[in-house]
Design a protein around this ligand. Structure first.
Ligand code: SF4
Length: 380
């Protein structure tokens, strides 16, 4: 067995057990998921209205909102905010990967570090992510040890524990957080009524990325908008529950730059956290998909990553299915939505496991069948 096969097998066993435990212990998550699906449907039917409302709400909190059509525009807007010669820390963001942000910021003269452990590992290895929640799940502990010894600390002892390996990254990144000029994150959900972003995590790296540097930039897709902050937080709970890591260690809500009302209850900004907050909302094929009678369902995805582990194709292909960062059954849909690549969908064998576990009840086999049909029609 290759180390990829071993790693995916170990990760699948661990996650399936924790997923079942979470579903048994917190049955309310299923009801919450139904509520979130209805809210997302409402937004997708009225995207322009909700994009406009979100951008206005961000401005009201003292932040700056941007709507960008594609990856190029996203890189341009963020490149201008960041500038050159900066130290940038990044929280895990699939949309940042989608637009090639890290490599672009490096190419214009910035020092950039991924701070999520999995993302940090794939940055060190210069490999694509293999799963939307655990980007380095294709790496065994032995491979991680070897990589960290080569790139970060040659003194790591043989057969280091999981804890010791995590600590190597923690020590290396600590100084980067303190010195960073800019923090860049994604967003699990965006609240249209308040302009807040919600981020769910376990490591604490996102909390540091959003608070320590003087400038915070969040980039996310327009599909992440929810009508209210209440529903945006519900979305984060659903995402975390269905990925099997529940309760999440942290849920972060950011509404504009840091502020204080401690002098006469007059709210002013900044306080101890960032002086600037920027939210970049990306289309990149999402609006077109939202108008399609079948494809629109893909936009309901909350990125829980559970469909991957219930899919024989993903497991047989050792995680190498879909156009990075999108992988597995959701990735086969999203490869088409944002990259117009129908080929991952053609590998689907329609086992249907993905549909059974999807919290948004997306009919993934139907969407993939539709993409196949479009592809076959075009090539015949
Ligand atoms: S398609 Fe459904 S199961 Fe798969 S990642 Fe998205 S929400 Fe989760």
């Amino acid at each position: 067995m290759s180390y990829w096969e071993i790693a995916i097998e170990r990760a699948s066993t661990n996650t399936l057990n924790s997923y079942r435990r979470v579903m048994e212990n917190y049955p309310y998550l299923k009801d919450l998921a139904i509520k979130v699906r209805k809210a997302k449907e409402e937004v997708l039917k009225n995207l322009d209205y909700y994009i406009d409302l979100t951008l206005k709400s961000v401005e009201k909190t003292g932040g700056k909102g941007y709507y960008v059509n594609n990856a190029e525009e996203a890189r341009e807007v963020i490149g201008k905010i960041v500038g050159k010669g900066k130290l940038v820390v990044m929280g895990k963001s699939m949309v940042a990967y989608e637009v090639g942000l890290r490599k672009y910021l490096e190419s214009i003269g910035n020092e950039v570090y991924e701070t999520d452990l999995g993302e940090f590992l794939i940055q060190l290895a210069d490999e694509p992510p293999s799963h939307i929640i655990g980007p380095a799940i294709h790496m065994t502990k032995e491979r991680v040890e070897q990589l960290l010894r080569e790139k970060v600390n040659k003194n790591i002892k043989e057969n280091a524990s999981h804890e010791e390996l995590a600590n190597v990254a923690r020590e290396f990144l600590y100084e980067k957080f303190i010195k960073a000029n800019v923090g860049i994150t994604g967003a699990n959900a965006v609240a249209a009524d308040t302009g807040s972003i919600v981020l769910v995590e376990n490591e604490g790296n996102i909390r540091k990325t959003t608070v320590l540097p003087p400038v915070h930039i969040a980039i996310t897709g327009i599909d992440k908008i929810l009508p209210t902050l209440e529903l945006a937080i519900a979305e984060a709970l659903v995402q975390s529950g269905f990925n099997g890591l529940y309760p999440p260690t942290y849920i972060n809500v950011t509404s504009g730059p840091s502020s204080t009302g401690d002098i006469e209850l007059h709210r002013v900004s900044p306080a101890q956290g960032p002086k600037e907050f920027h939210l970049v909302l990306l289309d990149n094929g999402r609006k077109e998909a939202a108008k399609d009678d079948v494809l629109w369902e893909a936009l309901l995805c909350v990125r829980c990553g559970q469909c991957h582990f219930h899919c024989p194709v993903y497991r047989v292909l050792d995680g190498k299915w879909g156009d990075p960062p999108y992988s597995g059954p959701m990735g086969a849909m999203w490869s088409y939505v944002v990259y117009k690549d129908p080929l991952p969908a053609t590998l689907c064998t329609h086992s249907g496991g993905c549909k059974e576990v999807c919290p948004m009840e997306i009919n993934i086999p139907r969407v993939l069948d539709y993409i196949k049909w479009k592809y076959n029609r075009k090539s015949s």
